[in-house]
Design a binder for this molecule. Structure first.
Ligand SMILES: C[S@@+](CC[C@H](N)C(=O)[O-])C[C@H]1O[C@@H](n2cnc3c(N)ncnc32)[C@H](O)[C@@H]1O
Length: 327
């Protein structure tokens, strides 16, 4: 008997395929701590196998997450976000202060990107973990932590399946990050699960009626429809929806608003910046390269949204901050 142990996150299914031209074994044994594959006895040199009696073993990971494809696309788009860290850095300070992060507290930054919130919280004296879907940004986050002289554990992962124990953190933060988890109930369930009772959850989000909300809504009108059950990220910018989503699990729900500024020499300068760095915008522009008329239409619709919030060489992006205490 040959056996292989592979750790895997509990919501992922893994299959092992042993294939020769004549047969395929597919064995799956999930356990609580991972997945155990038990391969039956087999003859490594069957008479009918080609390649001078060799058998090819291939290990394939297949996910049962219905949003896996959507998340893979997000991961590719967000990989170019790093230059925008300079814009989100001031907002990170405001979120950390708004959450009341104290020295010694255990803090998680969900959708940490290049670590702007995580590094700020660590500089407040907290013990910080950061998690993000996008490996390229985590690499930059590690460099940023090193530059700041702080030690932070960064994890590649998904807000919908946080790889942490229940009640592991005093504070769970997210700056424009958790909103991209397609199922709000799953994301909020996970963020509250890893938060201790009495701990604080705080996040910054984009109101649908303001610049960034309009920007995401415009983009989604050009992109293929997301899988059924995926909620638009900008819903998280509506205080009524936030109240409903956090529900009875929290107390002391508090909102505040602030503004994030994007400098630009002209509206076109800002359009160009977003087309090079703005997550889903990059893929959208790429996909419209073969349809110049639609690309032109997108750019002029984008320009019209920018015009509403562009003053004194800056785009003014108002946003919502939410804070609550877990019961
Ligand atoms: C707008 S960026 C914000 C990054 C950072 N928090 C900041 O303020 O600069 C959104 C981030 O969410 C991450 N993200 C998207 N979907 C995610 C998911 N399902 N789980 C965790 N992170 C996700 C992206 O990789 C990206 O880093």
């Amino acid at each position: 008997m040959t056996s292989t142990n592979r750790s895997a996150h509990t919501n992922e299914e893994m299959f092992v395929l042993i294939s020769t031209p004549n047969l395929v074994y597919r064995i799956l044994t999930p356990t609580e701590s991972g997945v155990v594959f038990e391969l039956p006895e087999f003859d490594p040199h069957p008479a009918q196998a080609p390649g001078e009696g060799r058998i090819q073993l291939s290990f394939t990971t297949m996910s049962n997450d219905p949003f896996a494809q959507m998340k893979a696309t997000q991961r590719e788009g967000w990989a170019f976000f790093a230059p925008l860290e300079l814009l989100t850095t001031p907002a990170a300070f405001k979120l950390v202060r708004f959450a009341g992060v104290q020295p010694g507290e255990k803090v998680l930054d969900v959708g940490c990107g290049t670590g702007v919130v995580a590094v700020t919280a660590a500089r407040f004296g907290a013990t910080v973990s950061g998690l993000d879907l996008t490996p390229a940004l985590l690499e930059k986050a590690r460099q940023n932590a090193e530059l700041a002289g702080v030690s932070i554990e960064f994890h590649e992962g998904d807000v919908e399946a946080l790889p942490f124990k229940d009640a592991a953190f005093d504070v769970v933060l997210s700056q424009f990050g958790h909103i991209f988890g397609p199922r709000p109930s799953v994301a909020v369930g996970e963020m509250l699960r890893v938060l201790r009772p009495g701990g604080r959850i705080a996040f910054s989000t984009w109101p649908p009626e303001l610049f960034s909300g309009k920007f995401f809504t415009l983009m989604s009108s050009y992109l293929p429809s997301p899988p059924a059950g995926a909620a638009p990220p900008v819903q998280w910018g509506n205080p009524d929806i936030v109240r409903e989503r956090l529900g009875d699990a929290v107390t002391g729900l508090t909102f505040d608003r602030d503004i994030l500024y994007t400098p630009g020499m002209s509206p076109e300068h800002i359009i160009n910046l977003f087309e090079r760095t703005g997550g889903p915008m990059i893929k959208l522009v790429e996909s419209l390269k073969s349809e110049p008329a639609r690309l032109k239409e997108l750019r002029s619709a984008f320009r019209a949204i920018i015009d509403l919030s562009y003053r004194e060489n800056q785009l003014h992006q108002s946003y919502l901050m939410t804070r609550a205490t877990k019961k």
